[in-house]
Ligand binder design. Structure first.
Ligand code: C2E
Ligand code: MG
Ligand code: MG
Length: 837
């Protein structure tokens, strides 16, 4: 059931007002009733008792007058007066009758009636006695009449008047009672009316107080709270109450309003924070930002924007016309797109929100801006401007670096591929694309001997020289290391490239001057032509590379054109690479031993172990073909250890002092297990360390020289002797002699072959042999093929000779018989060895 508190204020007020109206009506009715009753009593008094009292008074006066006249009549003797008295008596009697009649009509109560009837009867007695007197008087019986009258009439009169007085008293009493009754009613009515008025007033006061407390005060509170809320004072207490009437609803509505305002304020505060952040972000953006409305008026722009376009402060105020800004700042460079195309411009045509446009804007002062313009829904646009001048420069630099070689500033392999691609794409039918690959012969040696800085200098000098040597239609690139490539387009390239390759090789004719070094290098060239040798850059480059490989193996300093057979050879090389891995385990490797003859004793001093590979398909393969592959793949370490062990084992069977020489690759020094391997081989073979000689090339000495030299010293401390192989093929060979105490120098066979030529080989052999002799180092002349060469090297002071003249490399089984037989030089052996003729 609904409690009173839940009843609506309207209902409550209606109840209170209804009650008040009822009270007023009740009070009014009650008052009316009382008034009616008082009026009834007053009417009663006025209409009944007052006339009756008046009539009774009249009656009394008339009775008294009658008696007076009657008394006077008795005393009057004058006829005239007597008549007058009689007339007066008649008149009085008529009045008494009329009054009695009137009064008799008004009598209500029985007591009154009884008193009045008694009066009338007594009066009648009196009248009768008076008339009797009068009649006696008329007959002259005055004295008896008066006596009779005095005895009877006066008594009757007295009794009648007594009755009349009683009647008057009764009437007065009744009248007084009616008045008292009226007063009582009036007083009661007064009290009740006052009580009802008081009750009504009380109710009204209670109603007003209740209304003040429960309606007006909450409304005032709500009003005050609303005012405070409106003024932004959130501390106003507007808590939801338990009331379910209009006030409760109002309080809840205000509380809801307050919550909503608070929410809105929080949102506004958050929005303000966001706005401030956004403002800060915009202000601190590294890019220039501007926003224009549909009327091309500036909405906002940041400092960077103004800075970029050198805008005065006046032109950055919101509302500034776009054209004014355009005219006031640094505009686009001449030749740039018209306004619609520059970064400040609004997007042309209808705005298409969500479609940003990117453009580049070059300014008068040379700066380049990247502009992203985003149309806004209202027809305006927002644009960001980024100064990409430096980035573009960097990009250009990076692009250049990406496509160019930093050392020579020539286009790189990537760029070359593109050039070839483009050339192939627009190749006229009658023309060909020639690709020439070239690399420097023995460049590695330059690096190893003179250092990388000189190597780099040489490459830069080579690049400059090649550039100068090329015709305008040819372009050159550096592929990496000492490899270069040239692309040329034109008709009859088969012939044209011959001239070009020749010119390139010729350009190397003069030695290069690099950091005070005079370096003579040659180059080998491989040529491939499109479309006949391939129609894509990779294939062409590969073909040219194969041709280059052939040029190298054909003696260097020459050019070769690609032929299909080269690919077959390349494939064979690939298969070697694959097969080499199993060759060692499969026992396909063998050693050959080539003798070295001591030129002072003409005795075999030692045998050099030379590796061979008995390939199941390709037959016997020499070390120059597979050792470089073994070095590249790292197999050389294992292979070298096998050679060491086998060579030591073989030598252990030879008579002393015949020694064994083993070749070492530079790659074997990398793995830091060489000393261990040597000790292992010697101990396993049971060979004295002094009978082992290790041959290393110049480049091996130079590479990682610190560690390598330490290993060499370790080996030498074991008693192993160290020989420098292929001496003279490097560039500063003599300087090595100071870096390590070699036991032997093996002068490269190329000098011996050309010893009789007048190209300086003899002088070199002489110088080396002389220097070595002065240092107490033995010298071996390699590649001695003729007795003349033998004589010459002997004459120049070489202490040993090795070559086909003495013997070809021998199989292990042939060494014994060879040592037992005569040396094939025709000269008698001395001592226990065989003499060389
Ligand atoms: P190398 O150490 O200078 O060996 C001498 C090379 O000259 C041998 O070639 C030998 O057959 C060749 N030769 C000797 N006398 C003459 C001659 O009178 N005329 C001509 N034209 N050549 C002559 P081979 O056996 O083909 O070895 C070539 C190179 O392979 C060796 O040059 C050496 O550097 C390397 N090599 C050979 N065996 C091994 C090995 O076990 N390990 C390593 N790391 N390299 C080896
Ligand atoms: Mg050797
Ligand atoms: Mg050699």
């Amino acid at each position: 059931m609904q409690s009173l508190g839940d009843v609506s204020v309207g209902t409550k007020l209606s109840l209170v007002l209804g009650t008040a109206v009822c009270l007023i009506v009740a009070v009014g009715l009650f008052g009316l009733i009382q008034l009616h009753r008082v009026n009834g009593v007053a009417e009663d008094i006025r209409g009944q008792w007052l006339p009756r009292l008046e009539l009774l008074g009249e009656l009394k006066r008339s009775v008294d007058r009658y008696r007076l006249l009657a008394t006077r009549q008795l005393q009057t003797t004058n006829f005239h007066q007597l008549a007058e008295t009689s007339a007066g008596l008649d008149e009085a009697q008529r009045q008494i009758d009329a009054i009695s009649q009137a009064y008799g009509a008004m009598i209500g109560a029985p007591e009154e009636s009884r008193l009045f009837v008694a009066f009338q009867e007594l009066w009648l007695d009196y009248l009768l006695s008076h008339r009797l007197l009068v009649s006696r008087l008329e007959v002259g019986e005055v004295a008896p009449a008066v006596a009779a009258f005095n005895s009877t009439s006066l008594l009757a009169f007295e009794v009648a008047t007594t009755r009349l007085d009683e009647l008057v008293a009764y009437a007065k009493e009744e009248s007084a009672r009616a008045i008292a009754y009226a007063q009582e009613i009036y007083q009661r009515a007064m009290i009740l009316t006052i009580a009802v008025i008081l009750a009504g007033a009380g109710c009204a006061i209670i109603t007003v107080l209740w209304a003040r407390r429960h309606v007006i005060r909450p409304i005032l509170q709500v009003t005050r709270a609303m005012r405070r809320l409106a003024a932004g004072d959130w501390s106003a207490a507007v808590e939801s109450c338990s009331r379910r009437d209009e006030i409760g609803t109002l309080v809840e509505a205000v509380a809801g309003y307050r919550d909503s305002l608070q929410r809105n304020q929080r949102l506004a505060e958050a929005a303000e924070v966001e706005r401030a952040r956004l403002q800060a972000a915009i202000a601190n953006m590294p890019v220039g930002l501007s926003m224009f409305d549909a009327d091309r008026r500036l909405i906002v722009c940041n400092h960077r924007f103004a800075e970029m376009f050198h805008l005065p402060a006046a032109l950055t105020a919101p509302g500034t016309d776009y054209d004014l800004i355009m005219q006031g700042g640094i505009g686009p460079a001449a030749g740039q797109a018209p306004p619609a195309g520059n970064g400040l411009d609004p997007p042309a045509g209808a705005p298409r929100p969500g479609e940003p446009r990117l453009s580049l804007l070059e300014l008068h002062d040379g700066r380049v801006l990247s502009v992203i313009r985003q149309p806004t829904a209202d027809g305006g646009w927002v644009a960001t401007h980024e100064d990409v001048t430096e980035r573009r420069r960097q990009e250009a630099r990076i692009a250049h670096l990406a496509s160019h070689d930093p050392l020579t500033d020539l286009p790189n392999r990537l760029s070359l591929r593109r050039t070839i691609e483009q050339a192939l794409a627009r190749l006229p039918e009658a023309e060909e694309v020639a690709v020439l690959c070239l690399d420097l012969d023995r460049f590695k040696l330059v690096n190893d001997t003179l250092g990388h800085a000189v190597g780099d200098g040489l490459l830069a000098a080579v690049a400059a020289r090649l550039r100068a040597a090329l015709p305008p239609e040819a372009s050159i690139a550096r592929l990496g290391g000492d490899e270069f490539a040239i692309v040329q387009i034109g008709p009859d390239q088969a012939i044209a490239t011959r001239g070009l390759a020749h010119a390139v090789i010729q350009s190397f004719g003069t030695p290069f001057e690099v950091e005070g070094h005079r370096i003579a290098v040659t180059t080998s060239v491989g040529v491939a032509l499109a479309p006949r040798h391939g129609s894509d850059p990779d294939r062409l480059l590969r073909a040219a590379d194969l041709a280059l490989y052939r040029a190298k193996s054909d003696g260097r300093g020459v050019y070769r054109c690609f032929r299909a057979e080269m690919e077959a050879r390349q494939r064979a090389r690939r298969s070697i690479e694959a097969d080499l891995r199993r060759a060692l385990g499969a026992g396909e490797l063998e050693l050959r031993f080539q003798p070295l003859v001591n030129l002072q004793t003409d005795q075999i001093s030692s045998f050099e172990a030379l590796l061979r590979w008995r390939h199941p398909d390709q037959g016997m393969i020499g070390p120059t073909e597979f050792v470089p592959i073994a070095e590249e793949t790292g197999l050389i370490v294992e292979m070298g250890e096998w050679v060491l062990l086998e060579a030591c084992r073989a030598a252990a069977a030879w008579p002393e002092p015949v020694n064994v020489a083993v070749n070492l690759s530079a790659a074997q020094f990398h793995h830091r297990r060489l000393v261990k391997a040597v000790i292992n081989a010697l101990s396993r073979a049971g060979l004295l360390a002094s009978r082992l000689e290790l041959e290393i090339t110049e480049s091996a000495v130079l590479k990682e020289s610190g560690a390598t030299l330490a290993e060499l010293h370790q080996l030498r401390s074991l008693g192993v002797r160290i020989a420098m192989d292929d001496f003279g093929t490097g560039y500063s060979s003599l300087s090595y002699l100071h870096r390590f105490p070699f036991d032997k120098i093996k002068i490269d066979g190329s000098f011996i072959r050309e010893i009789s030529d007048s190209n300086g080989s003899l002088a070199i052999v002489r110088a080396v042999a002389g220097l070595a002799a002065s240092l107490g180092i033995a010298t071996t002349a390699e590649g001695v093929e003729t007795p003349a060469q033998l004589d010459q090297v002997r004459a120049e002071g070489c202490t040993e000779a090795q070559g086909y003249l003495v013997s070809l490399p021998l199989a292990a089984g042939e060494v014994g018989p060879f040592m037992a037989g005569p040396l094939p030089l025709g000269r008698p052996r001395q001592g226990n060895g065989r003499a060389i003729a």
